[in-house]
Every structure is written in structure tokens, then in C-alpha cells.
Design a protein around this ligand. Structure first.
Ligand SMILES: [Zn+2]
Ligand SMILES: [Zn+2]
Length: 829
């Protein structure tokens, strides 16, 4: 009897040993090629649930595989520790965000260690520690020096009653102040931006990187580049110096169909242009729109409304007076904050015109249009009508002709428009890295000198949200001296968006703890770019976009020598429980700890990969986990229970006759074939992150080995070699179990330092047999097929033969074709 498989004991034993031996620590002086396997670091909001394991365990399997393949693998882990969720959780519990965050990190690190991953913990980064955010602040200064950081106005929530800025979560019930119930308005506040729009074009390009198509598309859409025409409408209004309002359109061919213009309610011209009799209504509308978030304003679900402001512009192409409206679906930050409305050819404008009885003029003829009113907007291209000299031109030519004409007249030009706006990084919150800027009454805005970094986040500050930056009330923090003139000055009191911390954390792993610089260029350029980055697809636009911007900016500053941070990106799916996404409110959160302590880390790791294709996710099911655990137990016994060759060895066999020799040879050839096929399958599946089919192949191999063992049909050395192969292939998935079995079968420590097995294409080739095809018992054709072809595929293969088809033509099957290994027989009349 062999000892029982005891994962609890084995997991702990090996985790300790690996840590003591620093088995997974890596350096830059290795002769092996480097491989940087990065998993999105963990947000420190609390406990890990099984979804985190799902994000962490499969990449560890891949990293271990690369390591055995002979790469110098960096697979680090750290904690994204600043930001609102941690701050809010701390507020709820009445403890300091630092205390709360560090407690979580201790717990999460313990949980992560129980995965048995190859994380090199000596490289851990924690973004809320001064030794890290000092460099986040340094990056801010670099961006500032290169004119990529600037101060500008951006709206915040404002309570006119309390006279204060409100955080988003202080705005309740769809737009009311949490404290006094007054309707919240928006107000512009000076905040810091990064000039990400300067990189808009480059950020749309994904050349040379292997990323999922849908992420690339999401990033392109986020940039939202469109080619079109800027058209100037003439303005002649007493009290306004402006002589024009410019709009951007991709359809200048419809300009004769403009029947009104819409401005964003916050457009600076609105106040100047509104007529006295319209003023009350306009102001009420503006106040209402200020209570809406941008998302609400842009929602396609919502019925659009607006008000006429009592002023007009002139459409220079036809000299018509066009009434000006305001509507909150137009945003000031996008384009020019003004749009020309062509109701006949735009769905939104059509609905708006119907609602307010504005004229709808057809200028692109729909196919077979009888000339009457439209039932709905016709948005496709067509032939231009009702447009003077441009009549009868197809849309495309019309776009060219109209724009050219506008250019000649000086009324417009070809233009490009982007949806992307600069990155607003100011947060009026406590739990973030302070922005390293000082305001001096004499010198103005002064960056904190590099040698004075970090600007420490004071621990004794009020951290509850006031909407305004809590640091404002910390006199010790606010009052400082000007780095330039040494006179009294005040610090910037906003903190930085945490997406700034996560835009460079992967650089810090290459030189953790370095106190003299953010990174060591030599080490950085050795490891970067990341070879494989894994994480959730929900980061398609924010994090993944900002990190690319960072690298491109650093490259232009001459600080890094590559263009893209992440060469290959892979997004995992989501683990659901009871058919729903796990959440604390639904009460369906699966926590890994209990499962791990019951069945061991390896069973949980394996089950997560077996649940379905990794990029698709799957449903957590306890019985599935037990199944995987049973399999690992079978592997345990298969390896440790004594192997007995039941057929005498070859020498004796020779005396017994040739027939027996052939039996052994056949069995060994079959086993060798499956071994090589399994190595090939597992290797290829690991490369492609097909982890579920990789495991299926290993299970099949286990089943086969079980049969071989029962039959005792191969020699002991052949048996042992097959067991070695099984253990090596299983090592990335079940690192603890395989290490234990490797040791117990007398192999050298550590299995994780062994080279990955290779396969021989020739030996992996399927043996071929002849398929005999009969019709009514008579041989009619032969076909060479792989020996492993299941009999269920015989009929289809036979029907590929012209000769057989000829025999079967016009006949009827009396009974289903009979398939036995090597033969198929059609019974027909
Ligand atoms: Zn209030
Ligand atoms: Zn000064």
C-alpha cells in the first residue's frame, strides 16, 4: 500500500522549500532568452475570490511551461493599492486607508502564496508606499517637463447650497446633494490633464503586437478618429464679437438640408446669443442639463430635448437663416460643441425635428423616392437633390465638391476629428499620490524639484470625502515654501488618478527597491517589452490605453527603447457561480481558501483550467472540482504503486517465440506513440493557452497508462520513462504534486528545473491501417487511414470513394452499415 495523497502537507512543504531555495528568483545575467510573463496586478479591495485565482493560476502555468522550455522567466506580482475602493472600504469601517490596505495586502499575499505560483516575491511592488509613488510623482514631473501635463478646467459636482464640491458618491437619487438634498450642478474646476490626445493617431495603431481583435477595435473606437469637413456658419449678432460658428461633419453633402443648429448648453456663446424673451427657459434648461452625467446625456435610450435660444446663424451655401437650439446631447468637450442638424438624413436630428416641428428637408434622394415626406431619416448615401449647383452628384462626389467649394470660399476645410480627450488625472480624494506641484504667489505654478520627492501623503489627514481634496484642510501639508523663490507657497492638494500608478508598475518589477531612479535602464531594456500580458478584457480602454501612452511618451523622452509595453495580450473570461457573475451582494462568491485547504492547490488550479476555454470563462461547480481531485489521486497511485511487467522480459520471450516479442514491441510502440503525441498536444495547447484541452490530453494519457499498467505489457524502463513524461507535462499545472512524485520516484530536485520534454514527429505519427470497404459482404474498395480513427467515422470515409458511391447509387440501405475495426460493410438492395 502506498501512502495516501495528502495535498495539504505536500503543498506547504514544497512552497516552503521553493522559497528557501529561491527557486524562482531571476536575474538579468542568465544565458537563457528572457520571457516576461505579466499578470495584471491585484487591486487591494479585500479578499481574493476564485475569480482572482482564475486570473492568476493559468498564467502561472504558462510561465512555468516557458521556464521549463528554457527561458529566463520573470513572473512578478504586486498590489494596486491606491484609489477609491480601498478608501471607501476604509471609511465604511472607520479605519485608516493605509491600515486597511496593508492588512489586505498581507492577507492577499498569503492567499497568492497558496497558489504555488513562481512569483519572485523579492520584486513585489505596492503602489501606495512612498518608495513607489515617489516615482509616480517623478513621472508626473517628466510629463510636465515635456509639455504633456497641463492644468485646465474640468467639471465637478457642485452643491450650490453647501457651496462645495461633491464626490460622485455624494450625489444621490439621480442628482441631489447627499447632505442637504439640493439639486447638484456641475461647475468647472482647475484640474490636471495629460495630453494623451497628442498620441491619438499612434494609439490607434497596433502594428507588431499580438492583441485580441476586439480590444484593438475598442481602442480605435475610443480614439474615435473620423475624417470630414469643418464648416463655418456665419454669425451676425449684436453683442457677440464672434463672426462664425464652426461645426464638424462627415456629411458635407447634406449641408443644404440643415434646418437648425444645436449647441452644447455650456457653449460660451449661449449666454451672448440668447434673446431676452428666451432667457428664462434657456437658463432652466442649462440648470437641468448640469444635473445630468455625460453618460446620461449621450444615452441613445433617452429622448432628446432642447430649447431654441432666439438667435440664428446663416448657412453660407444657400444664404438661409438657421435657428440655434441648445440640447444636452451635444457636449462641449467633443468637436466644436456645435453641430449642424440635418433631420432628413440623421436619426437623432429627425426625432428632434419631429418633436419640435422643425422643417425636414430632403437633400439626398432615397432610392425610388416619390418626392414626398420621409417616414424616417434616410441616412445612407445617394444622389444629391435640392442643393443648387450640387444637384445630381452622388454623395461621395458631393462630399468632395462641397468641401472644395467651401475651401475656395474660405468657409470651410477638410478636417479630422477625434472623440478622445485628454486624460483628467486630478482626484479630489485623499488616498492617492499627491501631485508634486507648488503654487507660488510670485512664481506661479512650480514643479517640486526631483530631489524633494516624494511629496509625502500625510497620514494624519482627514480621509473622508468632502468632494474637495481632503489635503486642503491639512495646513502642515498645504503650506510650504516655493522651490524657486523660497517664499511662502501652497501645495497642490489633489491626488493622482490611480490609473497613473498602474501605467508603469510593470517597469518597476524589473528593478524593485531601486532608490535612485524609477528604473535601471539596462535591466528595463533587458526585460521589456512584456512578452505575454494577461488580464480581464474590462481594461481594454483605460489601463491598457494609458500604459501604451506612458511608454510612447517615455520613448519620446529617450527613457525607453521600445514602442509598445505588451507584445502579446490575452484576456481571460469570467468565472460565474449559479449562472451569475460572482458578487458579494448576490451572495454567490466562491472563496478559494476552503477548497485549497481541503483538496490542495493543484486540484483547484487544474479545475480552473478544465472549466472551459480560458478566454471564455465558465461555471464553477464543486463536483467538477472533485473530479479533478480524483484524477490527481489516480496519478498519485499510478506513479507510486509498484509496476509489474506481466509478460516476461525480452530474453525469455525470445525463447518463448516470436509472437510474444511482437506483442511487447507493439505495446511499447503504441505507448511511445501516445507519449509523443501527448507531448506535442500539451506543448501546442500551452502555447495557445488552450488549457482545458491540454488537461484533457493529460487525462487521456493517464487512462492509457492505467491500462498499460494493468496489462503489464511494457518493460520497467519504458514504463518509468512514460511516468517521467506524464509528470513533466503535468508539472506546470500541478507543481506540488509533481514535485513530490518526482522526488518519491528517485529523481533529482527539482522537477521545475527539468527541461520540457520534446517530441519526435515521426514517433508521434499515427500508425496506419487499411480500411476494407465492402458492399453486401464483397470487397469493393480499400483506403489507408490512421489506426486511431474511430469506427464511427468509417462510413463518412467510405463515402469519399467514387467507386463506393457508384455501388451505392440508387440502392437503399437494408440496415445501418456494419463497422468493425478495419472494416465497413454496407448492406443494400
Ligand atoms: Zn448640499
Ligand atoms: Zn516663488
Amino acid at each position: 500500500m502506498v501512502a495516501r495523497y495528502n495535498p495539504q502537507q505536500i503543498d506547504q512543504k514544497w512552497q516552503q522549500k521553493w522559497a528557501e531555495d529561491r527557486l524562482y528568483e531571476v536575474t538579468e545575467d542568465s544565458p537563457k532568452p528572457k520571457y516576461y510573463a505579466l499578470t495584471m496586478f491585484a487591486y487591494t479591495s479585500g479578499d481574493f475570490h476564485i475569480g482572482h485565482w482564475y486570473a492568476m493560476a493559468p498564467p502561472d502555468v504558462q510561465a512555468r511551461f516557458k521556464r521549463m522550455q528554457g527561458y529566463n522567466v520573470l513572473h512578478p506580482m504586486g498590489f494596486d493599492a491606491f484609489g477609491l475602493p480601498a478608501e471607501n472600504a476604509a471609511i465604511k469601517r472607520g479605519i485608516h486607508p493605509y491600515t486597511w490596505t496593508m492588512q489586505n495586502i498581507d492577507n492577499m499575499r498569503r492567499q497568492l502564496k497558496s497558489i504555488g505560483a513562481i512569483y519572485d516575491w523579492s520584486r513585489e511592488v505596492i503602489t501606495c508606499l512612498p518608495e513607489y509613488y515617489k516615482w509616480t510623482q517623478w513621472f508626473f514631473l517628466k510629463l510636465y517637463q515635456h509639455d504633456l501635463a497641463y492644468r485646465g478646467k474640468a467639471p465637478v459636482n457642485w452643491c450650490p447650497q453647501c457651496q462645495t464640491v461633491l464626490a460622485n458618491e455624494q450625489v444621490i437619487g439621480g442628482g441631489f446633494c447627499e447632505r442637504c438634498g439640493t439639486a447638484v450642478t456641475r461647475r468647472d474646476l482647475e484640474q490636471w490633464f495629460f495630453r494623451i490626445t497628442r498620441y491619438a493617431d499612434e494609439l490607434m495603431q497596433h502594428e507588431g503586437i499580438d492583441w485580441p481583435e476586439r480590444i484593438k477595435i475598442m481602442q480605435k473606437n475610443w480614439v474615435g478618429k473620423s475624417y470630414g469637413t469643418e464648416i463655418s456658419f456665419a454669425l451676425d449678432h449684436p453683442g457677440a464679437d464672434e463672426r462664425e460658428i464652426r461645426v464638424f461633419t462627415t456629411r458635407p453633402d447634406t449641408t443644404f438640408g440643415v434646418t437648425f443648429m444645436v449647441l452644447a448648453p455650456e457653449h460660451p456663446l449661449v449666454a451672448k446669443l440668447t434673446s431676452p424673451e428666451r432667457r428664462a427657459e434657456v437658463e432652466a434648461y442649462i440648470a437641468k442639463s448640469q444635473r445630468q452625467s455625460e453618460i446620461e446625456r449621450l444615452s441613445t435610450e433617452r429622448e432628446k430635448d432642447g430649447v431654441f435660444i432666439g438667435a440664428y446663424v446663416t448657412n453660407r451655401l444657400n444664404g438661409e437663416k438657421v435657428p440655434i437650439w441648445i440640447a444636452d446631447y451635444v457636449l462641449l468637450g467633443y468637436g466644436t460643441g456645435a453641430v449642424m442638424a440635418v433631420p432628413a438624413h440623421d436619426e437623432r436630428d429627425f426625432a428632434f425635428a419631429r418633436k419640435y416641428n422643425l422643417p425636414i428637408r430632403v437633400v439626398i434622394a432615397p432610392p425610388c423616392w416619390p418626392g414626398g415626406e420621409l417616414e424616417e431619416a434616410y441616412i445612407d448615401e445617394g444622389v444629391i437633390v435640392n442643393s443648387g449647383q450640387f444637384d445630381d452628384l452622388p454623395s461621395q462626389q458631393g462630399i468632395e465638391a462641397v468641401t472644395q467649394y467651401l475651401e475656395e470660399k474660405g468657409w470651410g476645410r477638410w478636417a479630422v476629428s477625434y472623440k478622445l480627450r485628454d486624460w483628467l488625472i486630478s482626484r479630489q480624494r485623499y488616498w492617492g499620490a499627491p501631485i508634486p506641484i507648488v503654487y507660488c504667489p510670485d512664481c506661479g505654478t512650480v514643479p517640486v524639484p526631483e530631489e524633494d520627492l516624494p511629496v509625502l501623503l500625510p497620514e494624519d489627514a482627514e480621509f473622508r470625502p468632502t468632494g474637495e481634496s481632503p489635503l486642503k484642510y491639512n495646513q502642515k501639508f498645504v503650506n510650504t515654501s516655493c522651490p524657486r523663490c523660497r517664499g511662502p507657497a501652497k501645495r497642490e492638494t489633489d491626488t493622482m488618478d490611480t490609473f497613473m500608478c498602474s501605467s508603469w508598475y510593470f517597469l518597476r518589477y524589473t528593478c524593485p527597491g531601486l532608490s535612485t531612479a524609477a528604473f535601471d535602464a539596462q535591466k528595463l531594456n533587458y526585460w521589456m517589452p512584456v512578452d505575454l500580458y494577461t488580464g480581464g478584457a474590462e481594461h481594454a480602454v483605460m489601463h491598457l490605453f494609458y500604459a501604451r501612452f506612458f511608454i510612447k511618451a517615455l520613448r519620446d523622452m529617450g527613457l525607453v527603447n521600445f514602442d509598445e509595453p505588451f507584445k502579446r495580450l490575452f484576456n481571460q473570461g469570467i468565472i460565474v457561480a449559479e449562472k451569475q457573475k460572482m458578487s458579494k451582494s448576490r451572495g454567490n462568491v466562491i472563496t478559494p481558501d476552503a477548497y485549497v485547504s481541503e483538496l490542495g492547490a493543484d486540484a483547484v488550479r487544474a479545475y480552473l483550467m478544465f472549466i472551459g476555454p480560458w478566454e471564455q470563462g465558465g461555471e464553477w461547480d464543486d463536483s467538477g472540482l472533485s473530479g479533478l481531485s480524483r484524477w490527481l489521486n489516480r496519478v498519485w497511485r499510478l506513479v507510486l504503486e509498484k509496476y509489474e511487467q506481466k509478460i516476461p522480459d525480452l530474453v525469455l520471450r525470445r525463447m518463448a517465440g516470436e509472437q510474444a516479442d511482437k506483442e511487447i514491441e507493439k505495446a511499447q510502440r503504441a505507448l511511445s506513440r501516445l507519449s509523443h503525441q501527448t507531448i506535442r498536444k500539451v506543448t501546442q495547447d500551452l502555447e495557445r493557452m488552450r488549457l482545458n484541452t491540454m488537461l484533457a490530453a493529460l487525462m487521456e494519457f493517464t487512462n492509457y497508462l492505467t491500462k498499460v499498467k494493468e496489462a503489464g505489457s511494457v518493460t520497467l524502463p519504458v514504463w518509468q520513462k512514460s511516468i517521467d513524461t506524464l509528470l513533466l507535462l503535468l508539472a506546470p499545472t500541478a507543481p506540488h504534486l509533481t514535485e513530490e512524485l518526482w522526488q518519491r520516484t528517485g529523481r533529482d530536485y527539482s522537477i521545475h528545473n527539468q527541461p520540457w520534454p520534446s517530441w519526435d514527429e515521426e514517433l508521434a505519427q499515427d500508425e496506419e491501417i487499411t480500411l476494407v470497404i465492402q458492399v453486401n459482404g464483397k470487397l469493393r474498395d480499400r483506403k489507408t487511414i490512421p489506426a486511431s480513427t474511430p469506427t464511427s467515422e468509417y462510413v463518412e470515409l467510405a463515402m469519399e470513394s467514387e467507386r463506393i458511391l457508384a455501388y451505392l447509387k440508387g440502392r437503399e440501405n437494408v440496415r445501418p452499415p456494419i463497422c468493425v475495426p478495419g472494416t465497413v460493410n454496407f448492406v443494400v438492395r
